[in-house]
Design a protein around this ligand. Structure first.
Ligand code: ATP
Length: 398
């Protein structure tokens, strides 16, 4: 048994008289709830497939009942996400100290047996991807009032990460599958801070994640330029998805409706934004408010990150405490309207993978000059732009 497992096994007990290096590491993390592997094994019935509730880019997620009776979502991080225990725990200490009603609570972790396992509060109603925008397999009904509350809640949670935490946290992966819903359909943002747990040479977001491409701000996807404004872009896409009840990309639709970003902009220019609102609401919504939400979405997804508002401004606009300034509204920056599946004949229901060559990436932006992009992408430190694999999960069912 390793030092880690010994230590994890005696949570709360005093350390041995002659601490090893590993002892010292762990003893300095007093504020972290450390779970033993055995405890999590019992909670998940030996990580039984029956308790597996999801699989993401970071690893598998299991539902489990902790010793104190609390339900938890137990995320077993995959091999790529392994890093030194000290670095890992440093991040965990920060993340688990963050509390907000619109953020999923990290209870603690397990670092035993070379495992990295995160233990989160369990959310009863799955993610927005599984219920509202991912293909309608859910029986849940999302009224306009509920959608409005979800948009405002997510904006508030994100504004908290951006403006209330010091140093601020950029989520980097805001999307429908990272918005979980509790029993009352209150939204909670998951996976915040996780990007920092992944070694920098592993580009989880840009290369490994399924279904993310439509949420990526162009400057982030092309130049790895990560700012709070790239989260604002992703939030704008999500906002349009919640209002319209559809995924941001659906290649089964006619060309002019395929991408939510351009669809919303076209309708805005024609003064017909109302028709973007989900038809399943049967017209039962506040028209003025829904149009305002669509405009806020469009303001967030502008190509120029300087023109995108901060998340606290977005929140204030959503609740009507701040006017939506249409003067600062310009065409959306769109990452991938040029992409087409390599194999159009893939089976329905299968994930489509689209390889995007660098030249295509360079061709896709609206306002930026081609040669500027080329030089910046070539000088990017990871040099990982030669090919990117985008997977469009929404195309399966919408
Ligand atoms: N705290 C939680 N409560 C309930 N279910 C959860 C929780 N966390 C994750 N899940 C479930 O597990 C699934 C996978 O989650 P995970 O965050 O690992 O991946 P993802 O967000 O779907 O994809 P990616 O890792 O690419 O962002 C989620 O879609 C959700 O159904």
């Amino acid at each position: 048994m390793s030092c880690f497992s010994l230590l994890c096994g005696r949570k709360g007990s005093s350390l041995s008289a002659q601490p090893t290096e590993a002892d010292i590491d762990l003893s300095s993390f007093k504020n972290i709830n450390l779970y033993t592997y055995k405890e999590l094994q019992i909670a998940t019935e030996r990580f039984s497939p029956a308790n597996k509730i999801g699989e993401g880019g970071f690893g598998s997620v299991y539902k489990g009942k902790l010793r104190n009776g609390t339900m938890a979502a137990i995320k077993v991080l995959s091999a790529e996400s392994k890093q030194g225990v000290k670095e890992f725990l440093t991040e965990i200490e920060v993340i688990s100290s963050i509390e907000h009603e619109n953020l999923v609570k990290l209870y603690g972790c397990c670092v035993e047996r070379n495992q990295r396992i995160l233990v989160y509060g369990y959310l009863e109603n799955n993610s927005l991807a599984q219920t509202l925008v991912g293909g309608g397999r859910s029986s849940l009904h999302f009224s306009w009032h509920t959608r409005r509350s979800i948009c405002i809640g997510v904006a508030w949670g994100l504004a908290f990460l951006h403006h209330e935490i010091e140093p601020h946290i950029i989520h980097r992966d805001i999307k429908a599958s990272n918005i979980l819903l509790d029993k009352d359909l209150k939204p909670k943002i998951s996976d915040f801070g996780l990007a920092r747990l992944i070694p920098s040479n592993i580009t989880h977001i840009s290369t490994l994640v399924a279904g993310t491409a439509g949420y990526l701000a162009p400057e982030y996807a092309i130049r790895s330029q990560v700012t709070r404004k790239s989260d604002v872009y992703s939030f704008g896409v999500l906002l349009l998805e919640i209002v319209s009840g559809r995924c941001n990309t659906n290649r089964r639709l006619p060309a002019e409706e395929r991408y939510l970003h351009t669809r919303a902009w076209d309708l805005y220019e024609k003064g017909e934004l109302e028709s973007l609102v989900d038809s399943s609401l049967g017209g039962d919504f506040d028209v003025e408010e829904a149009i305002r939400f669509c405009k806020i979405g469009l303001i967030c997804i502008q190509d120029s990150l300087q023109l995108r508002p901060s998340m606290s401004t977005v929140h204030d606009m959503l609740i009507g405490e701040r006017d939506v300034n249409e003067k600062m509204m310009s065409k959306p920056g769109l990452l991938f309207d040029f992409t087409e599946p390599k194999d159009q004949g893939k089976q329905k229901g299968k994930v489509e993978e689209v390889e995007v060559e660098k030249t295509s990436l360079l061709a896709m932006t609206g306002s930026e000059k081609k040669h500027d992009l080329e030089s910046s992408s070539l000088s990017a430190s990871t040099g990982s732009y030669a090919t990117m694999t985008f997977t469009s999960i929404c195309d399966r069912s919408n």
